[in-house]
Design a protein around this ligand. Structure first.
Ligand SMILES: [Zn+2]
Length: 215
C-alpha cells in the first residue's frame, strides 16, 4: 500500500508543498523552502537516504529553494520538466526576487517530458506537460490509484495557480487545466493548500470554469 505524506511545514506559509511517496522506490514531489523542517519530517517516516528521486513540478523558488539541502540529505536524483531547465538560476523566472533571495543553485540529473513514466514500484507516475503557470510545468498522474500531483497548475477547491505572464501563457494555462480536469482523480495533491479527496472531479471542474474566466 503506497502512502503519501505532506512533509513540508514549519516554513513560511507560502512555501510550496513537499510530498513524500512511500513506495518501493521512495520519492519526493517538490522541495519547498524550509529544507530543515522537511528533513525532520522525513526522518520521522524513513531514512532520507532511501529517497531516490526528487521530482520538481516547476522551477519556482517556493518549490525549489530547499533543493540543495534536500539533495545533500537524500542523495536523490533531481528531475524536472525539460522546458523548465533554462529558467533555473534566474531570479525573475524562479520568482526568487519576490523573497529577496538568490535562486537555488543545483544540478539537474534528468529531464522529463510528456509521456515519460516514473516507475516507483506499485505506482507509475505519468508525466503530463502542463505549461501556463510556468513554461515547463509538469503534473504527475497515477492512473491506477487515480492520484494527481498538479503542482501549481490546478489547486484544490476551484483554484488555479496564476501566471505572471499574459497572452499565450494564459491560453496554455487554460488548456492545461482543461487536460487535468478531464482526468479521473480521487486524490489531489497540489503545490499549495491541503491535499483533498472530496469530490475532486467537481473541484477540478470549478477550477476549469475559473480558468476560462481569466482567459
Ligand atoms: Zn509556482
Amino acid at each position: 500500500m503506497v502512502e503519501v505524506h505532506k512533509v513540508n511545514g514549519g516554513g513560511p506559509t507560502h512555501e510550496g508543498n513537499v510530498y513524500l511517496i512511500l513506495d518501493e522506490v521512495p520519492a519526493l514531489i517538490d522541495a519547498g523552502m524550509d529544507a530543515k523542517a522537511t528533513i525532520k519530517n522525513i526522518e520521522k517516516l524513513i531514512d532520507p537516504r532511501r529517497i531516490e528521486f526528487i521530482i520538481l513540478t516547476h522551477c519556482h523558488h517556493d518549490h525549489t529553494a530547499g533543493i540543495p539541502a534536500l539533495k545533500e540529505a537524500t542523495g536523490a536524483k533531481v528531475l524536472i520538466g525539460e522546458g523548465e531547465v533554462c529558467d533555473l538560476g534566474d531570479d525573475v523566472a524562479t520568482g526568487s526576487y519576490l523573497y529577496q533571495e538568490e535562486p537555488a543553485e543545483f544540478g539537474v540529473d534528468g529531464t522529463l517530458e510528456e509521456g515519460d513514466v516514473i516507475n516507483l514500484g506499485e505506482w507509475s507516475l505519468q508525466v503530463i506537460q502542463t505549461p501556463g503557470h510556468s513554461p515547463g510545468s509538469i503534473s504527475l498522474y497515477e492512473p491506477r490509484a487515480k492520484v494527481l500531483f498538479s503542482g501549481d497548475t490546478l489547486l484544490p477547491h476551484g483554484n488555479i495557480g496564476r501566471t505572471r505572464r499574459s497572452g499565450e501563457a494564459v491560453k496554455d494555462l487554460v488548456r492545461s487545466v482543461e487536460r487535468l480536469a478531464g482526468l479521473d482523480v480521487l486524490v489531489l495533491y497540489a503545490g499549495h493548500m491541503e491535499p483533498t479527496d472530496e469530490n475532486v472531479v467537481e473541484q477540478m471542474r470549478t477550477s476549469l470554469e475559473f480558468a476560462r474566466t481569466i482567459h
